[in-house]
Design a protein around this ligand. Structure first.
Ligand code: GLT
Ligand code: MN
Ligand code: MN
Length: 392
């Protein structure tokens, strides 16, 4: 066994829809056979994953009878028990069925909104039965092409109504679940409501039970929007709102590629791992490391497992590189925080009249301060050298 081979303690998870993706795209048919959820659980366990996540319909096909549901769930639970795999996260598919063609919670049709709530309550029950403690909301169809169809303010208010309702449901059932909202700027709709993690964070602050709701940022989605994923994740972490994370790879300005983690933008990936794993200091992210990605369409089943192992190995390799970078004495010297015993106390703890007076009275030579070179060229080169493995 190699130091970078994944083990259960690494908390790596995959969605059933990720390793189960048969390679269908908008231009082509599936290229791989569909694998049963039970088989995916066994194969993921063999690869060293900790757990598996699912949409209701990934496990119990839409329209199944109650007895079919019970049979499928019992067999799936046996696969989990046989392998020791966990289901830390569950979610609802509110995007595949035709009824959701113009949204679920934000639809103009009350019947659609009621159907979405009904489906979500049942899916939450399923998630609770499987032991999930995180429940994700990704509003794939919550958006528009013909924007005149509704007041976007109404759409947001309807999303709030749905989440307030569902928080109440989870609390009353005593499930102890927390919600994680996932943003995406577009695709499959022309424009999705609440398009970035930052929008989600503000929206959460307007919810009745905001303490039980956080975010599930995805590398690909923030990158599509041209944003720094690391900054988005950091903003969530700074307020203890990173409840879950979707790791993958993405080129800027493209459709949602959901590539193998670390296959693109390795610098962004190592910066992310420094943050999540706390090698740079600060609180570590303790939740599952979920890969929301899928194998290239060129792959057969063996290629899917190459893909899954690749996500996890790259994470661990980058983690080792991040540790080396953050414990490199030259790096540490370059990023040592500057201190000023006179000024520092004036900058913390908010406003006071005395501080305002003291600040106004400070004599700061702006030209002198500006002269100092910051040595970020050297710092960034050190990051690149650690990343490329030529410095240990
Ligand atoms: C879908 C989407 C993902 C979401 C999943 C959860 S489903 O594959 O592209 O980003 O995380 O609904
Ligand atoms: Mn995702
Ligand atoms: Mn995606």
């Amino acid at each position: 066994m190699n130091a970078f081979d994944p083990v259960s303690q690494d908390l790596f998870t995959f969605g059933l829809w990720t390793v189960g993706n048969p390679g269908r795209d908008p231009f082509g048919e599936p290229v791989r056979p569909v694998q049963s959820p039970d088989r995916l659980v066994h194969k993921l366990a063999e690869c060293g994953a900790y757990g598996v996540n699912l949409h209701d319909d990934d496990l119990v096909p839409f329209g199944s009878s109650a007895s079919e549901r019970d049979r499928i769930v019992a067999s799936f639970k046996k696969a989990l028990a046989d392998t020791g795999m966990k289901v830390p996260m569950a979610t609802t598919n509110l995007f595949s069925q035709p009824i959701f063609k113009d949204g679920a919670f934000s639809s103009n049709d009350p019947k659609v909104r009621a159907f979405a709530l009904q489906k979500t309550m049942r899916a939450i029950d399923l998630g609770a039965e499987l032991g999930a403690t995180i429940y994700v909301f990704w509003g794939g169809r919550e958006g528009t092409e013909a924007d005149a169809c509704r007041d976007p303010r109404t759409a947001i208010a309807r999303m709030r109504d749905a989440l307030d309702f569902l928080c109440g449901y989870v609390k009353e059932q005593g499930y102890g679940m927390r919600f994680a909202l996932e943003a995406k700027p577009n695709e499959p709709r022309g424009d999705l409501y609440l398009p970035t993690t930052g929008h989600m964070l503000h929206f959460i602050s307007t919810l009745r039970n905001h303490e039980m709701v956080g975010v599930n940022p995805e590398v690909a989605h923030e990158t599509m929007a041209g944003l720094s994923f690391v900054h988005n994740v950091a903003q969530a972490m700074e307020r203890d709102k990173l409840f879950h994370i979707d790791l993958n790879g993405q080129k800027i300005g493209r459709y949602d590629q959901d590539l193998r983690f670390g296959s693109e933008d390795q610098k962004g990936a190592i910066l992310l791992i420094r943050l999540l794993e706390g090698t740079m200091g600060g609180k570590r992210y303790e939740g599952p490391r979920h890969f929301d990605a899928h194998a290239y369409r060129t792959e057969d089943e063996a290629g899917v497992w190459d893909f899954a192992k690749g996500c996890m190995r790259t994470y661990k390799i980058l983690h080792a590189r991040a540790k080396a970078f953050d414990s490199d004495p030259e790096v540490m010297a370059l990023i040592t925080e500057m201190r000023d015993a006179q000024i520092d106390p004036l900058l913390h703890g908010g406003y006071s009249k005395q501080k305002a007076q003291a600040l106004k009275g400070l004599s700061i030579d702006a030209a002198q301060v500006a002269k100092r070179g910051l040595r970020y060229e050297r710092l960034d080169q050190l990051l690149v050298e650690h990343l490329l493995g030529v410095r240990s």
